[in-house]
Design a protein around this ligand. Sequence first.
Ligand SMILES: [Fe+2]
Length: 152
Amino acid sequence: MNMQAVIDQLNEILKHEWTGVAQYSQAGFIIEGVWREVYADKFLEDAEESFGHAKLIGDKISALGGVPTVLRNEVKQSRDLREVLEYSLAFEAKAVEMYTKALELAEGNRALVVFLEDILKDEQEGVDEYTKLLRETPATQAELSSSHRKSG
Ligand SMILES: [Fe+2]
């Protein structure tokens, strides 16, 4: 196992998790209208999940002898719910990709593999969840009800 390569990848992941903290928090703060009732809590929970992962990854980087980054990537912002859900799906899919890459680099270190697999499972659940939510946005429902009206 190339320790420096693992630490570098974990720091890329940490940047992504910090991005998630800011991106999901902002989405939760600004959502308005009736969907606020559903999505404000959902987005804030996702921000907390990112912070939970950031804590795990930051502690691990430190344990491996690295310095956990304080940087984050660009935050995707929108007031359009469907767009926010698309950004969220893209965010989770990128996380899956990044943890998968870290797992390849960690090969041979069983404990680290298990540690990363645990988080990877959460990220895949995020992908699954946003994939399903994108099938049920207000836009989709409006389309459904308008086609219903037309046919009825
Ligand atoms: Fe995460």
